[in-house]
Design a protein around this ligand. Structure first.
Ligand SMILES: Cc1cc2nc3c(=O)[nH]c(=O)nc-3n(C[C@H](O)[C@H](O)[C@H](O)COP(=O)(O)O)c2cc1C
Length: 171
């Protein structure tokens, strides 16, 4: 799991989802903000982690209809020519799941918006000949009130279970 979250100590959703993921067997959680607080990505280490993975999960909170900046920067550095694309694609056929949390309600995020959000990661997946398994997202992840917080915990746990099921389902 490639996790991007700049303030995990304040997180509800991504904390639950990444903790549940990390508790599983044969998993590796790479929290980019903790690994690279100065954005100085260790490209070789990240490429090695990808080579060891069967499934790559991009996990993040939605920031302005997009992924957090560190995740975009990580992709720009790690998915380089000769590794992710070029004469041969070393990552060939690894599975990709895009998993993200959204602060706003579902009414603001119809499918056409969700598809625009995942389009760049789908494009990356296709271009590098990886296998796009699908996206999992959840809405209403905010702690604006105690009630909202309790709801967010519930929603994030459901999201988390869906993600674990998708990871373990045969392709
Ligand atoms: C910089 C920034 C931009 C955000 N942009 C959006 C947005 O475009 N749409 C939205 O619904 N929520 C947006 N949010 C809310 C986050 O998506 C929400 O706080 C996050 O998914 C909750 O996950 P967490 O509990 O793991 O922090 C934004 C939050 C921040 C800090």
């Amino acid at each position: 799991m490639i996790l991007a979250h700049p303030a995990i100590e304040k997180s509800i959703g991504n904390k639950i989802i990444s903790n549940n993921f990390d508790a599983g067997a044969n998993t590796e959680l790479r929290h980019l903000d903790l690994l690279y607080p100065d954005f100085n990505i260790d490209i070789k280490a990240e490429q090695e982690a990808l080579l060891n993975a069967e499934t790559i999960v991009f996990q993040f909170p939605l920031f302005w209809y997009n992924m957090p900046a560190i995740l975009k920067h990580w992709i720009d550095k790690v998915f380089e020519y000769g590794f992710a694309f070029g004469a041969e694609s070393i990552l060939n056929n690894k599975k990709v799941i895009v998993s993200f949390t959204i602060g706003s309600p579902v009414s603001m995020y119809p499918n056409e918006i969700i598809q625009k959000i995942v389009f760049p990661l789908q494009g990356l997946t296709n271009y590098c000949k990886l296998q796009y398994v699908g996206e999992i997202f959840c809405n209403d992840i905010n702690g604006y009130s105690e009630e909202a917080k309790q709801n967010a915990i519930k929603v994030a746990n459901t999201h988390s279970q869906k993600l674990l099921d998708l990871i373990s389902s045969p392709s």
